[in-house]
Ligand binder design. Structure first.
Ligand SMILES: [Zn+2]
Length: 62
């Protein structure tokens, strides 16, 4: 599967992911582990199959 340059260099789904800091909560987009996590008073996690930023498929083709 060929990926665009944007997808190859996307920081959200490569490396350690990206953390977004808000006033009351923190959101982490971690494509490596296919997870979006939100931390506030409590924690919420969402499993993803595609990167929400570049659209790269994160699950293996099989
Ligand atoms: Zn991405």
């Amino acid at each position: 599967m060929s990926e665009t340059k944007e997808q190859q260099e996307c920081p959200y789904c490569h490396g350690d992911g990206v953390v977004i800091n808000g006033d009351y909560m923190q959101i982490e987009i971690d494509g490596q582990n296919r997870v979006i996590a939100a931390y506030g008073d409590r924690k919420a996690m969402l499993l993803i199959n595609y990167c929400p930023m570049c659209g790269r498929k994160l699950v293996p083709n099989d």
